[in-house]
Design a binder for this molecule. Structure first.
Ligand SMILES: [Zn+2]
Length: 285
């Protein structure tokens, strides 16, 4: 073995070191290897890295579910910095520090804000369907320069990672995909799911809807998983003004609803907003 090659494979043609990626090839399933500006597999499939550092691993037909738009990502980046979601981020950091060995996968990472303090501490793979979100996450998490932090555009229903290769999964306001969660997590692996609680953004919903929708009650029994912890995280946040509420509206799926009346926000006297998260932690049985 050549000096310095312990962590990588010798490239057959150039003799250079290629470091294994956390991701697998979405075409053939083989391990991908990191090069300067691309990831590629032994079968010659290659995926360019964008300038921000993410890689697009979406193949085939575009999925039916849309990813977040550029506007949603920009609004969320502006708002997250104000601390509205800080308590949820601390909960996720606590869960991560309890399972520090192995790869963390964020299945639907948005702009990577929840991972900001965690990514420097462990191998981290982050996926999102939106290339705008992925670009933002890649910049925030330093995917271009950090060895063990990688961001890709991919669907959570077919994640380009090795079976059993992940020890912790975050699914934050993202679709539940039990089959993929079961496949990726090794026995004893941990899955943390955060979803909006019934009172989440209650003030906003009362303003924009004639009849505010109620979230479906959550089901905590899932094949292959044992519920290890259930926690409701609820608090109220002071808003800087109605503009903050409008920014919040733009970053949520409510901005896609035909039933919403966002024009009512700026004329409202909304001053506080409820954050309500339903956090469930499962262990792979
Ligand atoms: Zn391949």
């Amino acid at each position: 073995m050549l000096p310095g090659s312990e962590n990588g494979m010798i490239h057959e043609e150039t003799g250079g070191i290629r470091r294994p990626s956390l991701f697998c090839c979405p075409v053939c399933g083989e391990r991908l290897f990191r090069e300067d500006s691309a990831l590629s597999c032994a079968n010659g499939h290659s995926f360019d890295r964008a300038r921000s550092g993410y890689v697009n691993l979406l193949t085939g037909r575009p999925p039916k579910l849309e990813g977040d738009t550029r506007e949603m990502v920009a609004a969320r980046s502006a708002f997250l910095g104000k601390g509205f979601y800080s308590a949820l981020r601390r909960e996720l950091e606590r869960i991560s520090s309890g399972t520090l060995d192995g790869v963390l996968l964020d299945a639907g990472c948005g702009e990577g804000w929840f991972l900001e303090n965690i990514a420097p501490t462990r191998p981290t793979a982050a996926l999102d369907l939106s290339k705008f979100a992925a670009a933002s996450a890649a910049k925030r998490l330093g995917a271009k320069t950090r060895e063990n932090v990688e961001v890709a555009v991919a669907s959570v229903y077919g994640m380009p990672l090795e079976t059993g290769g992940v020890s912790l999964i975050f699914s934050v306001f993202a679709p539940w995909c039990g089959a993929e969660f079961r496949r990726l997590l090794g026995r004893g692996g941990v899955l943390a799911v955060a979803a909006p609680g019934a009172e989440h953004l209650a003030e906003l919903k009362r303003i924009i809807y004639d009849r505010p929708p109620h979230p479906e009650p959550r089901e905590h029994r899932h094949e292959g998983f044992e519920l290890a912890e259930e926690k409701r995280v609820t608090y109220s946040v002071e808003l800087g003004g109605a503009e903050d509420a409008l920014e919040l509206f733009r970053m949520t799926p409510h901005s896609r609803s035909g039933e919403a009346h966002p024009e009512r926000i700026l004329t409202s006297d909304v001053r506080t907003m409820t954050a309500d998260f339903d956090l469930a932690v499962y262990r792979r049985a």
